[in-house]
Design a protein around this ligand. Structure first.
Ligand SMILES: NC(=O)c1ccc[n+]([C@@H]2O[C@H](COP(=O)([O-])OP(=O)(O)OC[C@H]3O[C@@H](n4cnc5c(N)ncnc54)[C@H](OP(=O)(O)O)[C@@H]3O)[C@@H](O)[C@H]2O)c1
Length: 283
């Protein structure tokens, strides 16, 4: 489902657990901790972004929290996601890790807490992590909970053992890994898909199909890649440390791709992946 007409950078979409998340957020994976992260978050908030996606593994939660507090924006205007790293799977370790992420961010409740990867010592381990996330939500450490890098198989496993449906599944999502089966599963079950590496980490910005669509709209390849995700109704979290690119990546709400353009980009499906692990290979 494409974005509703009239959607702007300030627009949010309601998740199944009741919270509303902005369609666009800043990603901070591989953004150096310290001033680089603080500046990137500040540029994004100045450009109108109201969501930031971090993780314990990125080692920059402290800086994300600092920049959000320094912005002076009311806390409930900025949506913060962080994630449980896979070495912290298991009930007790996930509880400890969630509270530690909350402390590092220093923003009160985390808006969205995700299991970063299904990769675990055993399926039971990740099911225990999910129970811990439910408990963290009950205790007010986080306001909503979800998963990341879950394939349909991992989602079905979780749903066979829990009545709490993940608010989101955050996965690698761009034309080269277009996954309509996962998208359909999530739509059917009320799980919102979030796209990581929506810019293919810059690796496919010169692809001829993308370049042709960009030229037709007088836009950049990065903007066309991000808009393609919106045409599929997914949340986008592009990463940049540069003020100009952060602005460029937010200029997505005043144009739309045509169905044939979307179809031409869908047809790029077939890899390669950007991420080092393929969720389908994780038992
Ligand atoms: N859940 C997960 O397992 C997972 C995995 C990976 C990523 N993520 C999340 O998703 C976010 C985005 O994914 P990503 O960081 O992997 O990659 P990405 O957003 O697809 O691409 C980031 C790369 O593109 C460059 N870039 C940004 N804007 C550009 C533009 N307008 N023109 C040209 N190049 C541009 C950036 O360089 P500069 O910074 O130098 O501008 C950076 O090298 C992450 O930051 C993270 O929050 C989640």
């Amino acid at each position: 489902m494409p974005l509703p007409a009239g959607t702007s950078i300030a627009s949010r979409v309601r998740l199944n657990q009741g919270l509303e998340i902005p369609w666009l957020g800043l990603g901070v994976f591989q953004t150096e901790p310290g001033a680089v992260t603080r500046h990137a978050v500040t540029y994004a908030l100045e450009a109108g972004y109201r969501a930031v996606d971090t993780a314990a593994m990125y080692r920059n939660e402290v800086d994300v929290g600092d920049a959000i507090r320094a912005s002076g924006l009311p806390r409930d205007e900025v949506f913060v996601t962080t994630k449980l790293w896979y070495t912290d799977h298991g009930y007790e370790s996930a509880l400890t890790a969630g509270r530690a992420s909350q402390d590092r961010l220093g923003l009160g409740p985390i808006d969205l807490y995700l299991i970063h990867w299904p990769r675990a010592n055993s399926p039971q381990d990740r099911l225990d992590s999910w129970k811990a996330l439910i408990e963290l939500q009950r205790q007010g450490v986080c306001r909503s909970i979800g998963v990341s890098n879950y394939s349909v198989r991992h989602l079905a496993e979780l749903q066979a053992h829990s009545d709490v449906v993940p608010a989101v599944d955050q996965v690698e999502f761009h034309p080269f890994v277009y996954n309509p089966e996962l998208l359909r599963y999530c739509e059917t079950h009320g799980i919102h898909l979030e796209a990581w590496s929506p810019l293919t980490r810059g690796r496919h910005l010169d692809d001829p199909t993308i370049a042709a669509v960009a030229a037709a709209h007088h836009r950049t390849p990065a903007q066309v890649l991000l808009r393609w995700g919106f045409e599929h109704g997914v949340i986008e979290i592009p990463k940049s440390i540069h003020r100009e690119r952060i602005r460029e990546n937010a200029q997505l709400f005043d144009f739309a791709l045509t169905p044939p353009e979307v179809a031409a980009m869908d047809a790029l499906r077939g890899g390669p992946r950007v991420g080092m692990w393929n969720p389908a290979d994780i038992p």
